[in-house]
Design a protein around this ligand. Sequence first.
Ligand code: PGA
Length: 254
Amino acid sequence: MRQPLIAGNWKMNGTKASVERLLADVVAGAGAIQRSEVAVCPPYPFLQMAAQALAGSSVRLGAQNLSTEASGAFTGEVAGPMLAEFGCKYVIVGHSERRAMYGEDDALVAKKLAAAHAAGLTAILCVGETLEERERGDMEKVVGGQIDAIIQISGIGAFDVLEVAYEPVWAIGTGKTATPAQAQEVHAFIRNRLAGHSAPIAAKTRILYGGSMKASNALELLSQPDIDGGLIGGAALVAADFLAIAKAGDTAAQ
Ligand code: PGA
């Protein structure tokens, strides 16, 4: 049984005041979450504040990106060891917004996964197809290609130390969620792809769903056999909504 992971991707949102409130509310509600692992990924400037607010709670901390390098002359970059020192357990790698807007390709994503692992962080590797790709019938080609690229560059062992998030690009921030059956189909496809290289790794890898997951659709999604959690954007900015999704994770894991 894979423990559900419910991770909030706050993206580039928040002020000191709103983040302080959100953290306090998540921590207050997290005591009632029994089976799901809960994590939040705030923007970099709020990490220290978040680490302090989460200390002593069960809520884990993550970042949204990291450099391929561990230190040095890389203006504007943030290194994995810094994130680890500031209390991060997780780091999101290869989010579709970074792939689309900041030119992150599979080779760069593989380097970032290695940098995360070297720093002792668990990466959440995001994969997913665009609407155009899905409508062309290329979903398996695109998602399989993103998975295969990492296996080819880093070996199947890379998946032993990361989480996967399937995030159909057409469902992110659009209010359009993949149906539970659509999501399950892709999650099973990803797991089969991993199983072709290592059955034990495929069986233990958590595959999260992301893309307009909210309190009202979380239980149905999280009840699918190959959906092991959620990477939550918009709904993670409202503590009650985020916690309701974590509760749904609890129910699904019963
Ligand atoms: P969303 O974002 O929940 O707002 O669709 C998910 C994500 O991009 O991780």
